[in-house]
Design a protein around this ligand. Structure first.
Ligand code: HEC
Length: 254
């Protein structure tokens, strides 16, 4: 068993420079991605109820819809607020509340859409095309939240992409030392379960608004867990070795 001694350095502080460079570059890019994702979340879902900041209402409006308002009204008071001046937004909202009639569409209302909205809403795939009255009417009726097809698409992309992120985060963190082995196993596996709860709760919230808090709790939980593994991994790779001490435990045997 000549190898045992040499293998006993398998832990984050003792890694060679190339692996540390690989792991750290990955963590930095992922950290940057997380900041951008939070910003995007705040700007779309965060504004769903018209107020800045992510709340339970935002989650309800995004997935379940707002039965008292049309989607176009919710958006014009939320993420589309800056797309047209107040008086034009009010005109659209009044037209929508009046039943979004074709007879009242031609002329002023259509002009507002043509000048303010269709530069995006006829060119960006996935957005309703507002050169078609029928697509305007579809968002001018009762707001039923996110469509099942959108939810199905976003769900599976989200699961695959985020599971990969958690996998590599967990793999790096598994090399950390000085953390109780059960805590470590829990911190590594919990984000995956939060992810399942998160996705599942979107579908539940679409059906009934009471489930929005599961989205909130699971999202917050995996954000905190990921931030924790990120900080510990970086700390153990770059700060811990600086005292010149040799770390001889084998993190993969705990
Ligand atoms: C700069 C591009 C841009 C302009 C201009 C724009 N939108 Fe949007 N719109 C978007 C994007 C991106 C989304 C998807 C993100 C979101 O829901 O906030 C969206 C989403 C929407 C939705 C929700 C669609 C759905 O099916 O979920 C509505 C309704 C909407 N916009 C209305 C409008 C109206 C009305 C105007 C004009 C006053 C307008 N938008 C102008 C980019 C734009």
């Amino acid at each position: 068993m000549k190898n045992t001694k040499e293998q006993s350095w398998i832990n984050l502080p003792s890694l060679g420079l190339s692996l540390k460079a690989l792991f750290s570059s990955y963590l930095i890019v992922i950290g940057f991605g997380a900041i951008l994702a939070s910003a995007q979340l705040l700007m779309t879902h965060g504004m769903a109820d018209g107020k800045l900041g992510l709340s339970i209402d935002d989650i309800v409006y995004s997935y379940h819809g707002d039965p008292n308002n049309s989607k176009i009204e919710t958006k014009l008071n939320g993420s589309m607020k800056d797309k047209a001046p107040q008086e034009e937004r009010i005109k659209i909202i009044k037209w929508a509340r009046n039943g979004a009639l074709e007879t009242e569409w031609k002329g002023e209302i259509k002009n507002i859409f043509d000048t303010r909205c269709i530069s995006c809403h006829s060119t960006i795939p996935g957005l309703p095309n507002f050169t078609q009255l029928s697509e305007v009417q579809a968002v001018a009726g009762h707001d039923n939240g996110v469509s099942t097809s959108t939810l199905a698409r976003v769900s599976h992309i989200h699961i695959f992409a985020i599971a990969f992120i958690f996998f590599f985060n967990g793999l790096i963190f598994s090399l950390s030392i000085g953390i109780n082995r059960l805590v470590k196993a829990l911190v590594i596996s919990l984000p995956f379960f939060c992810l399942i709860f998160d996705i599942f709760s979107w579908w539940l919230t679409k059906i009934s608004p009471e489930f929005a808090w599961i989205t909130m709790i699971s999202g917050i939980s995996y954000s905190i867990l990921s931030a924790y593994t990120w900080v510990i991994s970086m700390y153990q790779m770059w700060i811990m070795p600086r005292n010149g001490k040799k770390y001889t435990s084998n993190a993969w045997q705990d």
